[in-house]
Design a protein around this ligand. Structure first.
Ligand SMILES: Cc1cc2nc3c(=O)[nH]c(=O)nc-3n(C[C@H](O)[C@H](O)[C@H](O)COP(=O)(O)OP(=O)(O)OC[C@H]3O[C@@H](n4cnc5c(N)ncnc54)[C@H](O)[C@@H]3O)c2cc1C
Length: 430
């Protein structure tokens, strides 16, 4: 029997993990899964960690635990720094590994589009540490506001600015408004509920601008009228500072907490070709890199055209899952000397929640709003979540929140400081 083929998969996200699993029954293939984090992160639920609804480990699963059920795969922790396409070598922080096939599934990171101050003063929402930092920031800001008398400073402390009205911005805004409406007033009797402002700055006329207009308008109405979110539309943020954001049309908006949900950019490793728009690597229909048929690119970082008309595939978990499986199938076919299969996307639709019991969905052209969309979102995400223990714990947390209107995880890990932090000692509790 000839030597086993070595497949390296970079990224234990949706694309990478599904590729590894799809190769599990091949004993002529050895897989190394590499990731800079030791876990698979379920990004669609990350915002719930930020708003104190879920604990961090509930939305993540250890990569080594997942690979217990994949006998031909090994995990290697470390950030991959370089790929040598000619020598077929991947170099991480600690290792150099040679491959026969490479699958690049590195996902994407927050894109600031060159806006000054984003990396220094705004929070992204791509990692567990970022979600926990947002939670710390919001709880710290409430603590600070509870003893601040200066009305301007108090207002800035209690204003959370979400930049971007896409699905991440909408889900975050709805959930933050819930936290403000139900949990924070009980914890902070020193603060009136309407002092805590959730403000969304969006460059399009309405949130969820890429969805059907009816769904987009429903989302806007629900956020504003039912949840009290303030939407600043048709406006671009031009700079983020520690005190707030500068915009092109509405001047300076004060707010000490800024969350950047305005876009993503593919994570491209040194040695790979120059990416196209949005940091995405162009591939052929089989998901292979130009000139390197042994290299497959899947998920958010894949820049293949959908129909040859320049339009790219959406950056969604379902897309990454399907591309991961196609890459695995094509590697198997190549090893077996069989023809490869072009990638074909089965669009299962888009679901977005807007706070408690509200949501929008477009499934196969059928547009759904309100409770059914929200319920479908919960059910689908619960089923897709990796790990039985996580599914049970998340279900219990949701049930608890639904019944009690409370947010269970209002624990601060690290206290945050703000411009002009008060150090004065006051003798009166008022
Ligand atoms: C807050 C948020 C909410 C979302 N909600 C939804 C939703 O509701 N529905 C939906 O369909 N999609 C949603 N998405 C989009 C979806 O999560 C992505 O499309 C999907 O995760 C892409 O999968 P992927 O495998 O390409 O990348 P990822 O899942 O991001 O995985 C990439 C992996 O690569 C690793 N990595 C990156 N660079 C390196 C390196 N140099 N070395 C080693 N490892 C590396 C990362 O650590 C990560 O584990 C959401 C995204 C975000 C950020």
């Amino acid at each position: 029997m000839s030597a086993k083929k070595h497949v390296i998969v970079i990224g234990a996200g949706f694309g990478g993990l599904n590729c590894v699993r799809a190769l599990a029954d091949r004993n002529d293939i050895l897989v190394t899964l590499m990731d800079e984090q030791n876990h698979h992160l379920f990004l669609p639920l990350l915002y719930q960690v930020a708003i104190a609804g879920l604990e961090a480990p509930q939305v993540a699963e250890p990569a080594r635990g997942i690979l217990r059920h994949v006998p031909n795969a090994r995990f290697s922790l470390g950030k991959v720094r370089k790929v040598d396409l000619d020598a077929r070598i991947v170099t991480s922080e600690e290792r150099r590994l040679r491959y026969d096939y490479l699958v690049v599934a590195t996902g994407s990171d927050t894109a600031d589009y060159g806006t000054p101050g984003v990396s220094e003063h705004a929070y992204g929402l791509k990692r567990l540490t970022e979600a926990m930092a947002i939670r710390d920031q919001i709880l710290s800001a409430c603590e600070e506001a509870s003893r601040t008398r200066d009305p301007e400073r108090r207002k800035a402390l209690l204003t959370t600015i979400i930049v971007g009205g896409g699905s991440t911005g909408v889900e975050l805004a709805g959930a933050l408004a819930e936290l403000r409406n139900h949990a924070l007033p009980k914890d902070f009797p020193e603060i009136e509920a309407d002092e805590f402002r959730v403000l969304m700055v969006e460059s399009s006329p309405h949130p969820l601008a890429s969805m059907d207009e009816r769904l987009s308008l429903y989302t806007e109405r629900t956020l504003v009228e039912d949840f009290g979110v303030e939407i600043v539309s048709d406006t671009r943020v031009t700079e983020v500072t520690p005190e707030g954001v500068h915009t092109d049309k509405r001047g300076f908006i004060p707010g000490y907490t800024v969350i950047w949900a305005a876009g993503v950019r593919g994570n491209v490793i040194s040695g790979l070709p120059e990416p196209g728009r949005g940091g995405r690597l162009p591939t052929n229909a089989f998901l292979q890199l130009d000139g390197h048929p042994e290299v497959f690119v899947v998920g958010d970082v894949n820049g293949a055209e959908k129909n040859g008309d320049g339009e790219k595939f959406p950056q969604l978990a379902q897309l990454a899952i399907q591309q991961g499986k196609t890459a695995a199938r094509n590697i198997e076919a190549d090893v077996d000397g069989e023809p490869l299969t072009p990638f074909s996307y089965f669009d299962k639709g888009v679901l977005v929640t807007i706070g408690r019991a509200r949501g929008v969905a477009n499934v196969g052209g059928v547009k759904i709003t309100g409770f059914p969309a929200w319920f479908a979102w919960l059910a689908i995400h619960l089923v897709q979540l990796v790990g039985f223990r996580n599914r049970v714990l998340v279900f219990i947390s949701w049930l608890y929140s639904y019944i009690t209107y409370d947010f269970a995880v209002r624990i601060m890990y690290r206290r945050r400081r703000f411009p002009g932090d008060s150090s004065a000692i006051t003798s009166s509790p008022e």
